[in-house]
Design a protein around this ligand. Structure first.
Ligand SMILES: [Fe+2]
Ligand SMILES: [Fe+2]
Length: 191
């Protein structure tokens, strides 16, 4: 179960990182004068809200971080930092959504405000994913017991949460496909 649970987490990171790459790439292009691709940018922000923010990070908080804390205190500071970063991401995405609307409305300074926030956000999240894989997972592998991994695997493989009436995984998959379909090459399909 340990290997399977870690694989699910890494697969989710890979999908999130790919979308962050698209955001970073588009923002850098816009700074160089490329026209904003509003449908893709909106799809990316929708994806970030529905997947990492509403699904991936809360799963880590509730299951992985809690399990590690119950076995050791050596990761307390690291987990506190990762939880802080989970909370930090949400207002940044709200800022990005506001800045994207300002950009569509042609407001002064909106382009630079959006691009700098998008680049900062993507880089912060990348560092976050990397820290989880490079620093937290080795501790988890060392301290967690088979019953912990069983519970984490069960929670991680659950695609939707009927308690909340949402289907984040389905929604995220659809948005992910939409980003791929809309994005220009080299992110999307070759022209
Ligand atoms: Fe996380
Ligand atoms: Fe993560």
């Amino acid at each position: 179960m340990k290997t399977a649970a870690i694989q699910i987490l890494k697969n989710e990171h890979l999908a999130i990182a790919a979308v962050l790459y698209a955001l970073h790439w588009l923002a850098r292009g816009m700074r160089k004068g490329e026209a904003p691709n509003f449908p893709v940018l909106r799809a990316i922000l929708d994806y970030i809200v529905s997947y990492p923010d509403r699904w991936h990070h809360p799963k880590e908080d509730t299951h992985l971080f809690t399990a590690i804390r119950s076995r050791t205190h050596e990761a307390d500071a690291l987990i506190a930092r990762l939880e802080r970063e989970h909370r930090l991401g949400h207002p940044m995405v709200e800022d990005l959504k506001r800045e994207l609307i300002a950009l569509q409305n042609g407001e002064d300074g909106a382009l630079e405000a959006f691009c700098s926030c998008a680049i900062r956000y993507a880089e912060l999240e990348w560092r976050h994913l990397r820290t989880e894989e490079d620093q937290l997972l080795p501790i988890a592998e060392r301290v967690l017991q088979p019953e912990d991994w069983r519970a984490i695997h069960e929670a991680f493989q659950e695609n939707d949460n009927p308690l909340f009436g949402i289907k984040p995984k389905d929604e995220a998959d659809a948005l992910y496909q939409r980003i791929l379909a809309l994005a220009p090459s080299p992110i999307g399909p070759p022209a």
